[in-house]
Design a protein around this ligand. Sequence first.
Ligand code: ADP
Ligand code: ZN
Ligand code: MG
Length: 492
Amino acid sequence: MSSPIVDLVPPEMIARYEPVIGLEVHVQLATATKIFCGCPTSFGAPPNANVCPVCLGLPGALPVLSREAVELAMKAAMALHCEIPPVSRFARKNYFYPDLPKGYQISQYDEPLAVRGWVEISLEGAARRIGITRVHMEDDAGKSIHDGFKDSDRYSYVDLNRCGTPLIEIVTEPDMRSSDEAYAFLTELKQVMQFVEISQCDMEKGQLRCDANVSVRPKGAEQFGTKAEVKNLNSFRFLKMALDYEIARQVGVLESGGRVVQETRLYNPDTGETVGMRSKEHAHDYRYFPEPDLVPLRISEEWRARVRAEMPELPAEKRRRFIESHGLREYDAQVLTATRTLSDYYEKAAAAAGDAKAAANWVMGDLMGALKAEGKEIAESPVSAGALGELVALIGKGEISGKLAKEIFAKMFSTGEAPAVIIEREGLRQISDTAALEKIIDGVIAANPKQVEQFRGGKATVLGFFVGQVMKATRGQANPAAVNELLRKKLG
Ligand code: ADP
Ligand code: ZN
Ligand code: MG
C-alpha cells in the first residue's frame, strides 16, 4: 500500500532532497524478574497478577536494581561497540499517565549507561557505520486497554503487569539517509540483540519498539532540516512506509513554500499516513532529577571484564569467519547467520561433515526446504546437526551418491534416524566393489549389442545409456565414477 502523498509528490521532486533519519529504539531485556522488584516479567499472565508495592509505586516502597538487568544492558552496549563509563546514574522522568502509578519513570538522563557506539549495516554490498549516541536503562510503564464503542458503554482498563519491566533505549546519531538504511539498521540491531540473547525482540509482544526522527534537506546542503518524530511503528514494514510517507510529506511542504514544524506524529497503519500529535511547543517538560532512592551505578573493571568474557561472537564477526575460513559466499554466510540457532546448527553440521561448503548447501537447500514445507523452525528439526553432517561426510567418502543421499535425507527427516541406521537397514550402501560392478556391467553389455555397436562406431554419447542401465540394475547404488571407468575399459 502506498499512501496518497507518496503518489502526489513527484519522485523527481523527492530526489532533489536528502532524508536524514535517527532512530530511538526500546528493547525489553529478557530478565526473569522486573528491574526494581522481584515480580515476574512473564507475558500473558492475568491482568495485575504480577505486581507488588514497588512496581505499583506505593508510598514507602524502595527500588532495588536487578543485577541481571544491568548485565544484559552492558552486553547490549558491548554488542553496539559502546563505551561504558565507570559511573552512570538513574533519574526520574516525571509525567502523568494512568498506567504509570509512580507518576514517573526511573530512567537515565545526562549520565547514561553507555555512549558512542556503532552498528555496521550493508546495503547493496556497501558497508556503512551508523553511530549510536547512547544506551540507557529504564523501567516500562503498564498498559491501558480501551474497550467499547458507545459513550454509555465505554471502559478503560489498566494492566500493570508490564510496569517495571526492564528496558534499554538505544538512540542513534542522525546517520541514516534513506528508509532502506533505517530498515537495514533495525534489522541488524534486532539480529545482534537476539544473538547476544538480550531480548527475543518480538515486535508483536512489544519487546522491540521504534520511534523514527526524520527531516529532509536539499541535496548538498550542510544544515539539517527540522525533524518530525514518528511514533507507533510496530513493524519493520510500517517503519519503512511511515518514513517514505514522512519524507514525501516534508518535501511537499517545503516545495510549496511552507516550513516543517518540529512535532511528534503518529503513524496510522490503516491509511499509511502520519498525523500530527503534539508540536514541540506543547512538548513535555519531564522535570528530570537524580533518582534519590538509588545509588549511582558503578561498574568496576572486573565486572566489565567478566561480562565481556560471556559475550558470544556477534553475527557480523560470524559472517566474516564463515566467508574467510569456511569459504562461503557472502549471501550464504548471511542466510546461515540469520539466527543464532541456525548458525549454531550449521557449525555443528559443518564440523561433523568435514566439508563446510557441502554442509552449507545441505542446510540451506534440503534441510531448510523440508522445514519450510512443514512450517517448522530449525530448533524443531527432526534431523540433528550431527546426523546431517554424517550424511554429508558419507557422500564425501564416496560411500553414497548424492542422489541416494537425497533419498536417505528424506527418510532421516521423517523418522529422525541417523543415516547409518537407514543405510544398514535398507542395504543402501554404494557399490564400489569392482568385482561386483564388473558382473553387472558384463550383463548390461551382453543385453544391449546394438548400443555396443553404436558406441564402437564412434557415438560417444551412448555411454550415458550404459551408465543409466547399470544404475537401474543397482537401484542407484553403483559408484558412478567406478561405473564410468569400468564401462570405458570394457567397451573400449
Ligand atoms: P530531541 O532534543 O528532540 O530529543 P535529539 O537531538 O535528542 O532531539 O535527537 C533525538 C533523535 O533524533 C536522535 O535519534 C537523533 O539522531 C535524531 N535527530 C536529531 N536531529 C535530527 C534531524 N535534524 N533530522 C533527523 N533526525 C534527527
Ligand atoms: Zn513488583
Ligand atoms: Mg533528546
